[in-house]
Design a protein around this ligand. Structure first.
Ligand SMILES: [Zn+2]
Length: 84
């Protein structure tokens, strides 16, 4: 599932994700997510996984604007979330 450069693990809780979305919206940014977890190092990711943090796989393409892509990504994220 995880291809190099295209997908990354996101450790934001639903509350955090919601807060990010609201803060982007207040800045007039239409994205749902700012991609902050795409900057985590592999070490960070491994440490958080070991600590049992829940995560979803996000796709970098989800950060681009077109609405239909957002819909697809939301579906992918829901599927990924429900698996755990
Ligand atoms: Zn995140």
């Amino acid at each position: 599932m995880r291809q190099e450069g295209k997908a990354y693990n996101c450790f934001c809780t639903p509350d955090e994700a919601q807060a990010i979305k609201l803060s982007l919206k207040s800045q007039g940014d239409k994205r749902n997510y700012d991609g902050r977890c795409s900057h985590l190092t592999e070490e960070d990711v491994a440490r958080r996984k070991r600590a049992g943090h829940k995560h979803v796989v996000r796709f970098k393409v989800c950060l681009s604007r077109p609405r239909f892509i957002e819909l697809i990504c939301r579906r992918i994220l829901e599927k990924t979330t429900h698996r755990t």
